[in-house]
Design a protein around this ligand. Structure first.
Ligand SMILES: Nc1ncnc2c1ncn2[C@@H]1O[C@H](COP(=O)(O)OP(=O)(O)OP(=O)(O)O)[C@@H](O)[C@H]1O
Length: 329
């Protein structure tokens, strides 16, 4: 997806028009309905993290935004333009999950190709490439081939390619896959900078830590629609009033009976984990009750930690319907 400069005058692109507005969207494949009554508005200058289980329809939503599948009902507009129109596609910068760059070309060469494809005049290509490299903070490696770059640099180059057409909406699809911790910080800073420039950013991710670090807003896709959307802190305060996340850690994985007892207390782990999490009322009494219940079940955790609930707890609650158990209230 890219924007030719000559498309920019066609849109009602004032500061009040949201980069993305979706109302009542139904979409699917053949007899299969994937999205049903989906509403979502992305404000300018913000990052919205879209999270949802595998198969929830995140890719289908991106296809609808990019005009690659037609809505069966509802509307999708990009910078005020219906998604089906070519001009809307030109307003979208898509950094796909699979790095969409020519591996044997340098960063500069790649961006020049994308600029030409976006309709940038030959005489303006060098300035366009220099501009997006500066915005993405990748000018320092501009003459290196993509296949010689680390995962983090490849991701940033992938984002730079999405910026070539001066989009109003930037879609980042799983940008932290294959990226180490320091490079994640660079990517987070890049997303924040681009949002500060006024872009609306849709961040599709399974990486909750990254989403918490970067996103102004969170949208949870479940059951074919956005089940919950808003600033994370507000959602958590509304969803878990006076509750805290508890994490119980063991030196060795508990046996089957121990795991059942933990489950009965509303504490979830996965596989052979030594870490189990749940929610408790934010009172000394509730914590004391939990410690006593663990002891009664013959469980001796190494640590019990209380912390503010995060996106993971909210997600579990909304998607897997795992509310606080009565016993821990
Ligand atoms: N081209 C297609 N034809 C038919 N069904 C499809 C097609 N693409 C996806 N689906 C189905 O639609 C549902 C939603 O898929 P989608 O890829 O949008 O989910 P997702 O949230 O992106 O999943 P993931 O997190 O695994 O990438 C799935 O059940 C999938 O099997």
């Amino acid at each position: 997806m890219s924007a030719a400069p000559n498309h920019r005058d066609e849109a009602p692109d004032d500061t009040t028009t949201p980069p993305l507005a979706i109302a009542g969207l139904d979409a699917g494949y053949g007899a299969r309905t994937v999205l049903s009554g989906l509403d979502l508005v992305l404000p300018r200058g913000t990052v919205t993290a879209l999270v949802g289980p595998n198969g929830a329809g995140k890719t289908t939503l991106v296809r609808a935004i990019c005009g690659r599948i037609a809505p069966r009902a509802g509307t999708v507009t990009v910078c005020g333009i219906p998604a089906a129109q070519e001009a809307a596609r030109a307003r979208i910068g898509l950094a796909p999950q699979d790095i969409a760059l020519y591996r044997s070309l340098t960063i500069t060469e790649n961006l020049a190709v994308f600029a030409r494809l976006a309709g940038v005049h030959r005489a303006d290509v060098a300035a366009c490439v220099a501009g997006v490299m500066a915005r993405a903070g990748i000018a320092g490696r501009k003459d290196e081939r993509i296949d010689r770059l680390s995962g983090g640099w490849q991701r940033r180059a992938n984002v730079a390619a999405a910026l070539v057409g001066t989009p109003g909406l930037l879609v980042l699809d799983e940008p932290t896959v294959g990226v180490d911790a320091p490079a994640r910080g660079e990517l987070a800073a890049l997303a924040r900078r681009l949002a500060a420039e006024g872009l609306g950013i849709l961040l599709i991710t399974h990486d909750f830590d990254f989403a918490e670090a970067v996103a102004d807003r969170v949208a949870i896709l479940s059951g074919g629609r956005i089940a919950l959307e808003g600033p994370l802190a507000q959602l958590i305060a509304a969803h878990f009033p006076h509750r805290r996340k508890v994490e119980v850690a063991f030196a060795t994985p508990p046996n089957l009976m121990g795991r059942r007892a933990l489950e009965a207390l509303g504490l979830q782990g996965d596989g052979h984990t030594v870490r189990f999490t749940g929610m408790v009322e934010d009172t000394p009494q509730a914590t004391g009750d939990l410690v006593a219940a663990l002891r009664t079940a013959g469980l001796s955790p190494r640590t019990i930690a209380l912390e503010a609930a995060g996106l993971d707890a909210l997600y579990e609650d909304v998607v897997h319907d795992r509310p606080v158990r009565e016993g821990l209230r």
